[in-house]
Design a binder for this molecule. Structure first.
Ligand SMILES: C[S@@+](CC[C@H](N)C(=O)[O-])C[C@H]1O[C@@H](n2cnc3c(N)ncnc32)[C@H](O)[C@@H]1O
Length: 329
């Protein structure tokens, strides 16, 4: 089978582009080696980053996922023992839920997304479809367990690799601030694996209650503060600040810069246009640093996930310095 190989950092973008060009073969899983991800494709196409072609065999996807596709249901997430279906094609959702329950013994409940993540707390709108009637579950990821009620607090299993990437940057001894902490996936993962002071800030009371329980269940010490990150951030001085609020983190950049020590690293999540995904977040970083008279240096830029047609979820890691001078990018 014809396969296109791309570097891991470009895999998500490649998948979206191959799908858009209509050449990605359905029903097969992608393959990885240390540096590359391989996608099965119908023909050669040109991508705007390094890629090459070779012949490979690909594993068939499990029956559940394939038959969901056949019914017009494009994707689903699994959080703990709950599957959350997305209906983009007007398929038979009840039938799809039954297929999921039957083919995946791990799944006990199937929910349907009934809208986007709404409001300040970014909670997913869902309705029950099949299986046990509940929205609460415990999700296991990277050696941690996170209890969450999907109807009351944000949680996305799609960011697990990104959380591991951030963890790999954290050094023992750092003070790490996590505003927009949700039920604690970044804060608890870091507290469990590094000797750090970890402070998690979250406004949603329900998410805070789960985060407290999750910290206890994972036997980690996280300082959990309930309230508005804009007010609470400047009370601390941090070596690292993780800002997982892609829709609105720019409103909190000044507060984060007040909390940033000289040499602090900020992980800044945002949403950018597909044709130039970093332009908007870079501008926001530059403007905030100019306002706060801080120097910055970009350490890493990454496209994480497709957000919607034409838009991508991205992260930019940048280092903050005290003295204003030449702004390096
Ligand atoms: C996109 S979610 C990310 C949650 C978590 N970090 C994760 O990855 O699962 C953003 C979180 O920020 C919280 N939030 C929104 N505005 C806030 C504010 N002003 N101060 C503190 N938390 C806020 C929401 O309640 C939500 O839990």
């Amino acid at each position: 089978m014809l396969a296109v190989a791309v570097e891991k950092k470009n895999a998500e973008r490649a998948k979206i582009m191959l799908r858009e060009k209509g050449v990605l073969l359905q029903g097969y899983g992608a393959k990885n080696d240390e540096k590359h991800v391989y996608f099965p494709v119908a023909k050669h196409v040109i991508l705007p980053f390094p890629h090459s072609y070779k012949q490979k065999t690909f594993p068939k996807k499990p029956l559940g996922a394939q038959s969901l596709k056949a019914q017009g249901l494009s994707s689903f997430d699994i959080v703990g023992d709950i599957a959350v279906l997305e209906d983009r094609g007007g398929g038979d959702v009840k039938k799809a839920a039954a297929v999921l329950l039957k083919t995946n013994p791990r799944i006990k409940t199937v929910l349907l997304k009934t809208g986007g993540r709404t409001g300040e707390f970014r909670v997913q709108q869902v309705k029950w479809l099949a299986g046990a009637r509940r929205t609460k579950t415990t999700h296991r990821e990277s050696g941690c367990a996170f209890e969450v009620d999907l109807a009351k607090a944000y949680f996305s299993p799609r960011l697990s690799n990104e959380r591991l990437r951030v963890l790999s940057k954290v050094k023992n001894g750092e003070t790490v601030l996590v505003p927009f902490a949700g039920v604690g996936p970044y804060a608890i993962l870091i507290a469990k694996n590094k000797k750090c002071r970890v402070i998690a800030i979250e406004k949603n009371k329900d998410a805070v209650a789960f985060m407290r329980r999750n910290a206890a269940a994972n036997r980690v010490a996280v300082e959990i503060v309930q309230g508005d990150a804009g007010i609470i951030l400047p009370r601390y001085k941090a070596d690292r600040i993780i800002m997982p609020l892609p829709h609105g983190a720019f409103d909190f950049l000044d507060a984060a810069l007040k909390a940033a020590k000289d040499g602090c690293v900020i992980h800044y999540y945002s949403i950018g246009e597909r044709n130039n995904p970093f332009e908007k977040p870079l501008r926001e970083i530059m403007q905030a640093c100019e306002r706060r008279k801080r120097r910055f240096r970009i350490l890493e830029k990454k496209v994480l996930l497709s957000y919607s047609a034409g838009r991508e979820r991205v992260v930019i890691d940048f280092l903050v310095r005290n003295i204003i001078g030449v702004i390096r990018r």
